[in-house]
Design a protein. Sequence first.
Length: 320
Amino acid sequence: MNLLAAMRYLAALHAHGHFARAAQACHITQPALSNALRALEAEFGVAIVRRGRVFAGFTPEGEQVLQTGLEMLQSEARLRQRLSAQAGQLQGQLRMAAVPTAMPMLLRFASLLRRQHPGLVPVLHAMSSPDIERGLEELSLDLALGYSDRIRRPRTHCAPQYQEHYYLLQAAPHPACVGDTLHAAEPLRWAQAAQQPLCLLTPDMHNRQIVERSLLAVGVLVQPAMETNSVQALLQAVGEGQVASIVPGAVLATVRHTPGLRAWPLVEPVVESEVAFLYQQSQQGMPAMEAARALMAQDEWQQQCLQHAGALAAAPPDQA
């Protein structure tokens, strides 16, 4: 039995929660995956997987085997990365996630990282804050970009990157360019923004909870005209002209040159939320993680944060 391969299949089953999807992710047949897991159970003499008509989770012993397997896979990845770096080009995957509203910034970060280390393969996922924290804790994620105030587990390290600011975004009555009007737009009060028919992210999203708290602070109960868990769908809905939305700077920056849109910075209150890179302290020995941490401190990335996130005040017209 190939122990590492079996642990990889176990990790895939944990990630996908489904035998067929886990087998597909591992590029093997479902019977091959099931046989490998049964061999793993025979090797350790314990039941690992709760089986029924569908995957029903892991036994307590299986949870222990899974955690050890994840640690083994992490050690293997660390070794491969070190050997590739010693050979002259760092290679391997860096598994990253972001809350949906921070995904534009994670994409920018991944692009810069790839430019510096062409052998690295960033693997990006949009995830909720609880799923990000769970993924970091379980070692199925290496690095994430999310809200630092959502972190509850002491082993998760937070490296603040920028303060999220908020804007009302809506279609303009005449063609306009957000890049032309963003900095000239008069600030708008949250209470005024609430008078618009709003398309907002769904209530399970932390961004939606920030919006709700901000509106409640001025005595407004959120009654959205439309809800979605997709940032892309939200922006498309605004572009159709029937609804407006409240979006953070990182999302606004992706459409700042889209004709026909306008944005107003929201005030009274001025709301800021800290967005940070999140990772486990145990990940610091990974060469790919060290490369990512080095990039965080570089001026090129910090300029990206100034120009494309936060208050967006630093974006010159020719670079926006």
